[in-house]
Design a protein around this ligand. Structure first.
Ligand code: PA5
Length: 441
């Protein structure tokens, strides 16, 4: 498998300082290595998902069974960690315009309780149901009690029931075995897929959360896991210079200590925009914490932002190159070119933009990326570079595993728990209380 590459010559942190910081990660790397032998009985449980052959074979058999129904639409109902990873991988591999390319199964995402969004989803799929075509609902909620997910699920379930006597066959619930949703799924006769208890939402993309919908759409989920596993091995390497997660976490931490608390993920690939949203949640929810691991009020966090090249050079470049020195940029690019598209030679057009006649779009994009990096260099703005071999399952698996382990290492350096989200739970509890008509405590 071709490997993801990291370069950090322009990180503006001396290499010995990076390695000195990385030294602090040794105990956590050891914990990570030990976690591998502990299966799901550790907070770092998600790193063992790529080894779980039983889970993979269960997911694959459910996919096989549901494909026999010949669904025209898959609706993934979930929010946050329960859908961002799926969207990220689907768009990276199948493209942002996937649904418009006449695929055998189209995919829609119901996340928030926005009546326009859900109303439009109903408008899109109802004609299929009306002519007796099939749709699948995959409700994904680790806790099984997230307000938005359950509200949307009930509305879409109601729609399905109107048209299908055997509606149960068209529902897959992905949740925690201890959740109320799990019991309901079993009572109702829906297929249920398990999210291991210790695998947190934002670390769950390699569990049935991502594997079922992605496999159903034809994505090679074994290769995704293979990529993740290869990267995991690199990220637990005690030879720190060879450990990309330790290196990036150390660079980010060093900049954070100097007041650069914004991490911009600048993807030079339109299809990776949603990958940016997945990273954003991972970093924000894992590292933005009120209390340290030892209970002190610390209010730490790295603010993740997402940019897409070259689109956002026409939006944020002025700020990034002229504004405060408060960011570390990660330029993320793809090495293997996509379809070869060349700017045609045309009489009378050469003067508009000189130098692009006969050039491929990749060449132009790469000139833009090089130009951008040069501008950052000249202005002493720090950046690192991550290049993915291509947008295959293996490469995407490598990238996502890298970001997850890097985030865990940053949690260690910042001395916060990267696996909980107590303040998200606050809003969830308050919402449930308001909807239940209860008084505030
Ligand atoms: O990463 C997380 O834990 C959260 O973002 C959750 O995924 C999100 O809040 C949805 O929760 P649930 O999967 O329980 O519906």
């Amino acid at each position: 498998m071709d490997k993801l590459e990291l370069s950090y010559e322009d990180a503006l942190i001396p290499k010995d300082q990076i390695l000195e910081t990385a030294e602090k990660l040794r105990p956590e790397i050891r914990n990570m290595r030990n976690a591998i032998s502990r299966g799901y009985d550790d907070d770092r449980a998600s790193i063992n998902l790529p080894d779980d052959d039983e889970m993979l074979s269960t997911v694959k058999s459910v996919i096989e069974e549901k494909l026999t129904l010949e669904p025209e639409y898959l609706i993934v109902i979930g929010i946050g960690g329960s859908n961002l990873g799926t969207i990220a991988i689907q768009e990276a591999i199948l493209g942002k315009l996937y649904n418009l390319l006449a695929p055998p199964i189209k995919v829609l995402y119901a996340d928030t309780v926005d009546s326009s969004l859900i109303g439009n989803i109903i408008r899109i799929v109802e004609p299929t149901l009306r002519r007796d075509g099939n749709i699948l609902l995959n409700v994904v909620s680790k806790s099984g009690i997230t307000t938005e997910t359950i509200a949307d699920f009930r509305i879409l379930l109601d729609l399905l029931r109107k048209y299908k006597k055997e509606y149960r066959d068209y529902i897959v619930a992905t949740c925690n075995r201890d959740s109320k949703l799990w019991s309901l799924a079993l009572n109702e006769g829906f297929t249920a897929l398990e999210i291991p208890l210790k695998v947190g939402g934002r670390y769950s993309v390699f569990s049935p959360v991502g594997l079922f919908p992605l496999g159903l759409l034809g994505i090679r989920i074994e290769d995704l896991l293979k990529g993740a596993k290869e990267m995991r091995e690199a990220c637990i390497d005690m030879e720190l210079e060879r450990n990309p997660a330790a290196i990036i976490a150390s660079i980010q931490f060093a900049h954070y200590k100097e007041g650069k608390n914004i991490s911009d993920l600048f993807f030079f690939s339109t299809d990776l925009e949603s990958m940016g949203k997945w990273c954003r949640q991972l970093i924000a929810e894992s590292l933005g914490k009120e209390f340290s691991r030892d209970g002190r009020r610390v209010n730490v966090g790295i603010t993740p932002t997402v940019s897409v090249g070259s689109t956002d050079l026409h939006s944020v470049a002025q700020l990034y190159l002229g504004g405060p020195y408060d960011k570390l940029i990660s330029f993320i690019s793809i090495r293997k070119p996509g379809p070869h598209l060349y700017v045609p030679r045309m009489d009378g057009y050469s003067d508009l933009v000189p130098g692009i006649d006969g050039r491929s779009l990749e060449e132009i994009m790469s000139a833009i990326l090089e130009g951008t990096k040069e501008a950052f260099r000249k202005d002493k703005r720090p950046f690192i570079e991550v290049s993915l071999p291509d947008k295959s399952e293996g490469s995407i698996g490598q990238f996502m595993q890298l970001k997850m382990i890097e985030t865990m290492y940053l949690g260690h350096l910042l001395n916060v728990n990267p696996f909980d989200q107590p303040d998200v739970e606050k809003y969830k509890r308050e919402t449930r209380r308001i909807l239940a008509g209860e008084e505030t405590a």
